[in-house]
Design a protein around this ligand. Structure first.
Ligand SMILES: *Cc1c(COP(=O)(O)O)cnc(C)c1O
Length: 229
């Protein structure tokens, strides 16, 4: 077995163990392979091992890979910061965007979504725990923004995404994930229909699954360490 194939198998096994531990079905947790900085042949290798959902953070790099891998049936997720001048290319080339944190960006994505494609699936990125980056909306602003985004015609608001500050202890890892889940549950009590919690990376996906993650975004554990872009 190649390294990527065996890494993928190890990640799948760990997801299935974490789901079992949490009394959840493995099929409730979708594995998103975060392929930023890796060349198309690495994605091909993962694809041959059965991985069909990939996530990218940098638009130009992603567009190059999407072009190079046209012959594969991949569903592409955008997880990086979204600037206004990138919304058109994102709305034309991706199935999902996890990192929406402003209404203006959501409006542009909706306006620019090509008519022949299904609705763009989006998550609202929440700054849940003093993240290093400034990305993400404050928890107290989530409700207003979520209701406004849910009303846009060419987007389907699926749920919430977060990148909590890294922690070594499992209890510390679980806390922000539990907060994100409570926020999602509150929005659903307010009448939204959000089925997605996009949370958990290579170092903390088991804790995220324990708190209800439905999508885990995993790069390093599949492809190995990244060089800085
Ligand atoms: C890079 C990245 C990941 C993957 O992180 P790993 O630690 O390599 O698993 C997940 N989510 C986001 C938003 C990222 O930018």
């Amino acid at each position: 077995m190649t390294t990527i194939a065996s890494n993928l198998q190890a990640v799948r096994d760990a997801i299935s163990a974490a789901a079992a531990e949490a009394g959840r079905r493995e099929s409730e947790v979708k594995l998103l392979a975060v392929s930023k900085t890796f060349a198309p042949d690495k994605l091909r290798e993962a694809y041959r091992a059965g991985q069909t959902s990939f996530a990218e953070s940098y638009l130009q790099e992603a567009l190059d890979k999407i072009a190079a891998l046209r012959d594969l049936n991949i569903d592409w997720h955008f997880i990086g910061p979204v600037q206004s001048n990138k919304t058109r290319a994102i709305s034309e080339n991706f199935a999902w965007v996890h990192s929406v944190d402003r209404l203006k960006i959501a409006q542009r994505l909706s306006d620019q979504r090509p008519a022949h494609l299904p609705d763009l699936q989006v998550c609202l990125q929440v700054n849940i725990s003093g993240e290093d980056s400034k990305s993400g909306v404050r928890p107290d602003e989530v409700s207003g923004l979520a209701h406004a985004i849910a009303a846009l015609p060419r987007l389907t608001l699926r749920g919430l995404m977060a990148v909590p500050a890294p922690r070594d202890d499992v209890a510390g890892q679980r806390l922000p994930f539990a907060q994100l889940r409570k926020l999602r549950d509150e929005l659903n009590r307010q009448g939204l229909l959000l089925d997605t919690l996009s949370m958990g990376m290579s170092h903390d996906f088991s804790a995220a699954i324990a708190e209800g993650a439905t999508i885990v975004r995993i790069g390093t554990a599949i492809f190995g360490g990244r060089q800085k872009p």
